[in-house]
Ligand binder design. Structure first.
Ligand SMILES: Cc1cc2nc3c(=O)[nH]c(=O)nc-3n(C[C@H](O)[C@H](O)[C@H](O)COP(=O)(O)OP(=O)(O)OC[C@H]3O[C@@H](n4cnc5c(N)ncnc54)[C@H](O)[C@@H]3O)c2cc1C
Length: 377
């Protein structure tokens, strides 16, 4: 019928189709950020209403379950592709990248758990933001007495303790908590993200949003749990003792991509100021820092998927990315002069974001490496 066409046309290979999908997601995201976020970033940093709108917009673009396999309702991005997305969003808004990443992490945790019922309840609705989920488990990294304990009882688990950090109150409907069992194993389970008292007397209560110097619109809160009765079918996983430390080592490079995006955001400010002030040393500073960020980015992508690259090399790159976010954002402040001190100034905002990205997902090793880089520069 169409001999010529049949002869020439071949359906794209899976790899090519994949590249097309990723390019589409990144283009879609960049267009959205250019049109809606770039001029609103200062407001989004402080106003939960505007941040909520931005999160809903990402839902409309169907990009809120990027790492979840397509078979489970997500976009099936690889770690490399997701890292490109993180850098991109962090370049436009720290608050937006930080808020949405909690939900994307929760989606990934659900996708990799064995609880099929929970997966069916949540995963098909997470890409569009119809169901939004946060996380609260960083306290599992703290040594000493567990901050949140779970004890098995007939009808499930009783959970008590304090969660020091949960981002997304009034954005997310639920969150995944991490709690420690008496034998040290780590239990991860779905909880409501609103104050509740159970008929059994169990309770969960959240603080008011914490007043933060950066990304205060993300409504980060603490939670108190008192004998909260958790049904067994809300458990995602029970992981071996100290899994959190192994996961932190495995993912040491991932958190660094926020810092890289932040460094680029600062470099954009340098560029804008140069366009206005035309001072040659600003351009030279931009060129020199930009080259460092590009080199660091390239090195991070080179080792991201590698099991052979030793942990210490990845840790060093994480420290380098944090250091670049700090130095670039400091440069943005310097060239913006006194105006950087206005609450509404983008250099001030990016500088404060760099502070947050310096400690988010921090481990003792990351803390030490960050200090080493500071002392060396
Ligand atoms: C604005 C904001 C929002 C956040 N939102 C979330 C969220 O939504 N979900 C979430 O899970 N986390 C969240 N976090 C937590 C974030 O990832 C942590 O900041 C980060 O993991 C560092 O933990 P920490 O601040 O609690 O400090 P620390 O508890 O001090 O932990 C830092 C490191 O120090 C070690 N450490 C602590 N005390 C000791 C000690 N006495 N001796 C030796 N080592 C010690 C810990 O093992 C850890 O590795 C948020 C943090 C911020 C600032």
């Amino acid at each position: 019928m169409f001999p010529l066409l049949l002869g020439v046309f071949r359906p794209p290979s899976a790899a090519v189709a994949n590249i097309i999908i990723i390019m589409k997601i990144l283009n879609l995201t960049q267009n959205y950020l250019e049109q809606n976020i770039i001029s609103q970033a200062e407001a989004i940093d402080r106003d939960p209403v505007q941040l909520k709108q931005a999160l809903q917009d990402l839902g409309k673009l169907k990009i809120l379950a990027l790492k979840v396999p397509r078979s489970l309702g997500g976009s099936g991005l690889s770690a490399q592709d997701y890292a490109h997305f993180q850098i991109l969003v962090a370049r436009y808004s720290g608050a937006l990248v930080f808020l949405q990443t909690q939900h994307q992490s929760a989606a990934s945790m659900l996708a990799s758990c064995k609880n099929k019922i929970l997966q069916d309840q949540y995963l098909p609705y997470m890409k569009t933001g119809k169901k939004l989920v946060g996380v609260g488990f960083s306290h599992l990294r703290r040594p000493g007495q567990p901050m949140v304990k779970a004890v098995e009882v007939d009808r499930g688990y009783l959970i008590s303790g304090e969660v020091p950090w949960i981002t997304g109150f009034d954005f997310f409907d639920s969150f995944i908590i991490g709690a420690t069992l008496p034998d040290g194993k780590e239990l991860y389970a779905m909880l409501p993200f609103e104050n509740q008292i159970q008929s059994s007397g169990g309770s969960i209560e959240f603080s008011a949003p914490l007043e933060l110097i950066a990304m205060t619109a993300t409504n980060t809160v603490t939670a108190k749990l008192n004998n909260w009765l958790l049904a067994k079918d809300l458990v995602l996983n029970i992981k071996p003792k100290d899994s959190i430390h192994q996961d932190s080592r495995k993912n040491v490079i991932q958190n660094g991509f926020f810092a890289l995006g932040c460094a680029y955001a600062a470099l954009d400010i340098l560029q804008q100021v140069y366009d206005k002030k035309q001072l040659a040393f600003i351009k030279q500073s931009w060129q020199s820092l930009n080259q460092e960020v590009i080199d660091c980015e390239r090195a991070m992508f080179d080792v991201l998927d590698s099991n052979e690259t030793v942990y210490e090399s990845k840790l060093k790159l994480r420290g380098q990315a944090i250091n670049l976010a700090q130095r670039c954002s400091q440069a943005a402040v310097i060239v913006s002069s006194g105006a950087a001190n206005y609450l509404n100034n983008s250099a001030g905002r990016v500088y404060r974001e760099a502070l947050l990205f310096s400690v988010s997902g921090q481990t003792i090793d990351v803390m030490e490496m960050t200090l080493n880089h500071l002392l060396a520069t």
